[in-house]
Design a protein around this ligand. Structure first.
Ligand SMILES: Cc1cc2nc3c(=O)[nH]c(=O)nc-3n(C[C@H](O)[C@H](O)[C@H](O)COP(=O)(O)OP(=O)(O)OC[C@H]3O[C@@H](n4cnc5c(N)ncnc54)[C@H](O)[C@@H]3O)c2cc1C
Length: 397
């Protein structure tokens, strides 16, 4: 007789789990509070739709915080496995210049999800919509409809705490707290940050990118891009530092990001170029000699004193270590992803809750973090695949 698996929440983690679980051994039902699956996955197309990132596995693993948590899952189901899986479903992918992986030919998230869902239907996965899980009653799961169900294994894929409109409202946190399962309040990650620069500066530069820069905070440095927005800054170079800067902002303190405008040059090389310049003034040298963008030059002019701007030594230093004060982050709901959720100490290496046997938790509901660029979905896919493989092969299944 087949065992029953109840999957609660129907986002990417659930879809990956259901794709790889063995339906000759298990009857699987996904319970989703919305009337459709994967609403957060559907908004992923808004700002560039990255299915995974193509960098080598060792580098990939290092993008996640805490670094060792996803090691096993990412090695078991790699970024390349994601591409092969999707290719076999009829979703070919390509690697962009940033090494991010996109679906080919402008395939939209809705098409990707429909292909996955069709495959799940083919393999006999059941779906129940408009059903919000509300808690445990002994060994039963309760729902808002006042029905309760029993299952042999329960896989929670409840998501993080941003973009509530997609269903991922984080309301489940209290249900876990009631069971003495340790959780951490959600905090925004991969979000816009407010900067201490004048309204005039923002108005002059909103929408302007700072390309090919490197942003650092503490021990972490991220090369990439920042964009000046009405709110402040966003972009992969700062998203990658979320885990370091958010805790400081949470204490009501500012954070000074160090931005390297010219990562390909040392400070001495920048200095020499300034010294040897034949352009008529510093601004010309910055724009034409060092090829700094208009917004980079504006940043230097806005922050530096006249004495600093006209001293080649000081100017070279600031070009390599521009200090940008970050004062706040965007709201939780606007964040692309969230940290917090279920404390990692509550689960074993197969994501089973220590305090509730046969209950598993995967995806963004767990307290890990990664920058944008395909890493978030990859983690959800890898956790889904690892758990499915574990249940497919474990002796009590
Ligand atoms: C604007 C935006 C763009 C993004 N772009 C990318 C990108 O390009 N690349 C990338 O890698 N990542 C991207 N992400 C992040 C990615 O979408 C998420 O990390 C991913 O969706 C998390 O998957 P999940 O399955 O853990 O949770 P979710 O996708 O959040 O799914 C959780 C599901 O659980 C359901 N649920 C919650 N509570 C209950 C309950 N009590 N009962 C029943 N159901 C419940 C929710 O309705 C939801 O459907 C983006 C996110 C946003 C917001």
């Amino acid at each position: 007789m087949k065992k029953e698996i109840a999957v609660i929440g129907g986002g990417p983690a659930a879809l990956a789990f259901a794709s790889f679980v063995d339906t000759s051994k298990f009857d699987v039902t996904i319970y989703e509070k919305n009337k459709a699956l994967g609403r957060k996955f559907l908004v992923a197309g808004d700002g560039g739709f990255n299915l995974t990132h193509s960098e080598n596995i060792e580098q990939l693993i290092n993008r996640y915080t805490p670094v060792s948590f996803l090691d096993g899952a990412l090695r078991e189901f790699t970024n390349n496995d994601t591409r092969v899986w999707l290719e076999n479903l009829g979703i070919p992918t390509f690697i962009g210049s940033s090494k991010r992986v996109y679906p080919e030919g402008g395939i939209k998230p809705i098409q990707v999800i429909n292909v996955i869902i069709d495959k799940l239907k083919e393999k006999g996965i059941n779906f129940v919509f408009n059903k919000t899980w509300t808690g445990w009653n002994d060994n039963e799961l309760t729902f808002d409809s006042e029905e309760s169900i029993k299952a042999d294994k329960i896989v929670f894929c409840l998501g993080g705490g941003s973009w509530k409109v997609t269903g991922s409202d984080g309301a489940w946190l209290n249900t876990f707290i009631d069971q003495n399962i340790e959780t951490i309040p959600f905090a925004p990650a991969n979000c816009a940050y407010k900067i201490n620069l004048s309204k005039d500066f923002i108005q002059r530069n909103a929408g302007e990118p700072l390309k090919n820069i490197a942003a650092s905070y503490g021990k972490r440095t991220q090369k990439g891009e920042l964009v000046i927005t009405e709110f402040g800054i966003e972009g992969n170079a700062v998203y990658a530092l979320s885990s370091e800067i958010q805790p400081i902002l949470d204490q009501g303190k500012s954070v000074y990001l160090e931005i390297d405008f010219k990562p390909i040059f040392t400070e001495t090389e920048v200095f020499n170029r300034l010294e040897e310049s034949t352009f008529k003034n510093s601004t010309e040298t910055l724009k034409k000699g060092l090829k700094l963008s208009r917004v980079q030059v504006d940043l230097l002019k806005t922050i530096l004193t006249k004495e600093q701007y006209t001293s080649n030594k000081k100017l070279a230093h600031w070009i390599k270590q521009f200090k940008l004060e970050v004062t706040d982050s965007a709201t939780l709901d606007e964040a692309i992803s969230t940290t917090g959720g279920l404390c990692l100490g509550e689960i074993d290496s197969n994501y089973q809750l220590y305090k509730k046997e046969s209950n598993y938790c995967i995806g963004e509901m767990l307290d890990w973090n990664a920058p944008t660029g395909g890493y978030l979905l990859q983690a959800c896919f890898s956790m889904g695949a690892l758990l499915a493989n574990h249940l497919n092969t474990s002796s009590d299944s």
